[in-house]
Write a protein that binds this ligand. Structure first.
Ligand code: FES
Length: 156
């Protein structure tokens, strides 16, 4: 009797182990897919609005100043271009997804992963990466400034 129970236990164990291994073989490629995507740009919510109250960011009170914020895991920089205009750029490098540094004294946004440089004026490429590949400008986000409320609405 006890021998039979052991046999059944062993059979159940092998059956469950087979299911576990099978599930592992099925899900492993999915897991590898997600791990290999860690340097790609995060998936963004489309048509989502972000309201930024400038009263909370005194740096943006002056033309030429900028502020970094992170929304939906996307680091962005808001740059005040005039009393009524703002430029909002993604800080995700269009080469391989590293985070680009904030504007430096030369008015460039530098990505030190492979030395790309972008213009603070419009996010365009000044210098591409070391590997010589062509890359696109930093992503620009549409925005509207409301001077009455002193808020910017950014469209993601
Ligand atoms: S990821 Fe920015 S230059 Fe390569």
């Amino acid at each position: 009797m006890e021998f039979k129970n052991n046999k059944n236990n062993r059979r159940n164990f092998l059956k469950e182990a087979g299911i576990t291994i099978g599930a592992g073989l099925f899900f492993m490629p999915l897991f590898q897919f997600f791990v290999s995507c860690e340097h790609q740009e995060p998936i963004e919510a489309k048509n989502k609005e972000l309201i930024v109250d400038l009263n909370q960011y005194p740096a943006l009170g002056e033309v030429g100043k900028f502020q970094k914020i992170t929304e939906n895991n996307i680091p962005i920089v808001i740059i005040r271009k005039s009393q009524t205009e703002f430029l909002v750029l993604s800080l995700i490098c269009t080469h391989q997804g590293c985070e680009v540094d904030l504007p430096d004294i030369n008015n460039t946004l530098n990505c030190f992963c492979h030395n790309s440089k972008f213009s603070v004026l419009d996010g365009s490429v000044i210098n591409g990466p070391d590997d010589g590949s062509n890359i696109s400008s930093l992503k620009k986000f549409e925005n509207n400034f409301d001077s009455k409320t002193n808020q910017i609405k950014i469209i993601f």
